[in-house]
Design a protein around this ligand. Structure first.
Ligand code: PHE
Length: 456
């Protein structure tokens, strides 16, 4: 089969529809699901967060994902070029997305490095009895985490340099299914631990007295982050689609897969947190501290641990390549750079920003970014997930709803031969009214303005 089908502009394209779904799911499923979702649920009262998250996935996630795929396939361009082609004043929205991709990959690669370190540490049996001390000791170091951050970035580069169907598509098709199987095995072990039931009810039985506006802020940010929305990743991936896919179906399958993986990750982590007496709200270390404890009590735990972290690594890698690809597609399409030049320069810049993110876990822990009042790592995380991506999503909804026009978008969905748009009305209402309004409210709240307006 010709795996390198090129369209007129000489850009790459996907070899098959399954390949696209796996790559888009590969972009979506990543550290966001495995690392971030469990700790955000732990931090935000468990099941209340899960309920908010599910609601937002259905209303906002599906709507945005379809919108991005439509823009990508219609224009066959990188996010900046895409918005600009549809309306000459809107290129800026694509630029925001490209900036977002830069900032995310900078710290994402740091966490990707942690995962590689945990593969090594599980192989060599170095983690020891005090899991928390091991984790904080490692991430707080000044040299070792940077080396792993560098390794992760180099591996990302190695795939992206090969282009669309050879690199990205091939890698995703094999890794995603393997991850799902392993995750189920680990979740089963975690749920059957002695003392898991407290964790299960924390995770599944909503206690609405734990509800705060910050639950919604985190849940919305997490939906954007986990589904790779609001910054053009799906515009970019959609731009490598030819004309015949059913976009609506894809926009339903990918969020479902992604949510399934996030929920499973919650089952793998949270019951174990309670069974071993860890603190659910401790934040980013949750997965790294809890899972090694689970592997310790599993038969063949070391082997499971190794396979598991390898798969987490693959999941992170397939997301990282989509982040890098957003920036690279822009440099190729809009700046007319070669792929090699684009990849080298973009990844080097990201690596450098990532250095500060990593050091902020230790040597630079006291450096707080003004305005955000957080360290570098947390600022990058908060600024991208809770501000830039929601703004990107909000403006995209406005763009589709009122500038470019819903009718044009709907026509793009229906242009594939024999494809019907079943949720056309539902989607129209969501993208024109519900989504912009919902994001706006949550944005106010994340900027700390909601309380002021409500006079609290
Ligand atoms: N969705 C990825 C994850 O959950 C992260 C990501 C965000 C990837 C934005 C691409 C774009 O890990």
């Amino acid at each position: 089969m010709d795996n390198k089908v090129n369209n007129q502009e000489g850009r790459g394209s996907w070899g098959s529809s399954f390949g696209f779904i796996m790559a888009a799911a590969g972009s979506a499923v990543g550290l966001g699901n495995l690392w971030k979702f469990p700790y955000l649920a732990g931090k935000n009262g468990g099941a209340v967060f899960v309920v908010a998250y599910l609601l937002i996935v259905v209303l906002v996630g599906f709507t945005m994902m379809l919108g991005e795929m439509i823009i990508g396939r219609k224009t066959q361009l990188d996010p900046y070029g895409a918005y600009k082609k549809l309306n000459k004043n809107w290129g800026f929205l694509g630029s925001i997305g490209i900036l977002t991709a830069f900032l995310i990959l900078s710290y994402y690669s740091v966490v990707g490095g942690w995962v590689i370190k945990y593969i090594v540490a599980t192989v060599t049996g170095k983690i020891g009895a005090d899991k928390a001390a091991y984790f904080t000791g490692f991430i707080g170091g000044s040299v070792e985490p940077l080396i792993y951050h560098g390794i992760f970035m180099v591996l990302t580069v190695a795939i992206v340099i090969k282009g669309i169907s050879d690199g990205i598509e091939k890698a995703s098709k094999f890794m995603m299914p393997a991850l799902l199987v392993m995750l189920i095995v680990v979740a089963i072990r975690s749920v059957t631990l002695n003392g898991a039931s407290a964790g299960l009810s924390y995770y599944l039985k909503p206690d609405f007295s734990k509800f705060r506006p910050s639950v919604l802020v985190d849940a919305l940010g997490q939906v954007f982050f986990s589904l790779s929305l609001g910054m053009g990743a799906l515009i970019t991936y959609g731009s490598y689609l030819k004309g015949d896919e059913n976009l609506e179906k894809n926009a339903l399958i990918i969020p479902s897969l992604d949510t399934a993986v996030a929920l499973l990750a919650g089952f793998a982590v949270l019951p174990a947190v309670f069974a071993f007496g860890f603190e659910p709200s401790q934040g980013p270390g949750l997965m790294f501290i809890t899972l090694p404890a689970v592997f310790e009590v599993m038969p063949f735990g070391t082997i499971f641990g190794i396979i598991f972290f390898v798969l987490v690594f693959f999941a992170a890698l397939t997301s990282a390549i989509s982040l890098l690809e957003v920036a690279v597609a822009y440099c190729i399409d809009s700046l007319k750079w070669t792929r090699i030049k684009a990849v080298s320069i973009a990844s080097t810049l990201m690596f450098i920003i990532g250095i500060f993110a990593s050091l902020s876990m230790g040597p630079m822990a006291d450096v707080h970014i003004p305005l955000f009042n957080r360290g570098v790592f947390d600022t990058l995380d908060f600024f991208t997930s809770n501000i830039l991506m929601p703004i990107g999503g909000f403006l995209m909804a406005i763009f589709i709803g009122y500038i470019w026009g819903v009718d044009e978008a709907i026509a793009e969905v229906k242009k594939s031969p024999g494809v019907k748009f079943k949720l056309e009305k539902f989607w129209t209402i969501l993208i024109k009214y519900v989504v912009p309004f919902a994001i706006f409210i949550v944005l106010l709240s994340s900027l700390g303005l909601l309380d002021k307006i409500l006079g609290k």
